[in-house]
Design a protein around this ligand. Structure first.
Ligand SMILES: NC(=O)c1ccc[n+]([C@@H]2O[C@H](COP(=O)([O-])OP(=O)(O)OC[C@H]3O[C@@H](n4cnc5c(N)ncnc54)[C@H](OP(=O)(O)O)[C@@H]3O)[C@@H](O)[C@H]2O)c1
Length: 171
């Protein structure tokens, strides 16, 4: 992974943090995407201390907002015409029904549509990489329910587990 350009969403905690750290330990240039600048900086500092990799960069994005994904995606593209790896990792779980500013059920927006849109926006750079990779973190829970194409926002009989399961469904 030496000098490969890797973008990791949800890099400030959990699996995203560990993935970013592992990539940094292997010499990659890692772009950490975080919703919060403070949490992202804290993660970047920890990864630097652990790996001494000085090719780490933090950018903020709210994956519940399609405008934010497009804006941050464009910033990445402006700086990096070639991207070797995109790890769509960020995910959320919300028990109560809510809609994003785009009018999409929040878990479906963050866990599903954001993966597709970030990939779409960064694709011009990903396809320039000799061996580009797109990794999408799923969940076994997607076996539990199929995507309800008739009512993607699950406005009828909303249930958090059902909404999470469909958000992790096949893309
Ligand atoms: N842990 C498990 O047992 C498990 C099992 C199956 C699948 N997964 C999947 O694994 C992935 C990582 O989960 P995790 O366990 O590492 O969870 P986590 O520690 O809660 O990390 C989730 C990350 O996603 C970010 N995120 C959430 N909503 C966001 C938004 N609107 N915009 C930008 N970033 C946002 C969070 O940022 P904040 O810190 O700002 O909230 C956090 O960095 C998820 O896709 C999850 O569905 C996890």
């Amino acid at each position: 992974m030496n000098n490969k350009i890797c973008v990791v969403t949800g890099a400030n905690s959990g699996l995203g943090f560990e993935t970013a750290k592992a990539l940094a330990a292997q010499g990659a240039r890692v772009i950490l995407l975080s919703r919060s600048a403070d949490k992202g900086q804290e993660a970047l500092d920890k990864i630097f201390v652990a790996t001494q990799n000085d090719q780490l960069e933090l950018m903020t994005v709210d994956l519940a907002s399609q405008a934010s994904i497009r804006e941050t995606g464009q910033k990445i593209l402006d700086k990096y015409p070639v991207i070797d790896t995109l790890v769509n990792n960020a995910g959320t779980w919300i028990s109560k029904h809510s809609l994003t500013e785009d009018g999409v059920e929040t878990m479906f927006a963050v866990n599903h549509l954001a993966y597709v849109l970030m990939t779409h926006v960064l694709y011009p750079a990903l396809r320039q990489a000799p061996d580009g990779r797109i990794v999408c973190v799923a969940s076994d829970s997607h076996f539990q329910f199929k995507i309800n194409y008739e009512d993607l926002n699950l406005t009828d009989k909303y249930h958090g587990l059902r909404a999470y399961a469909q958000s992790k469904g096949p893309m």
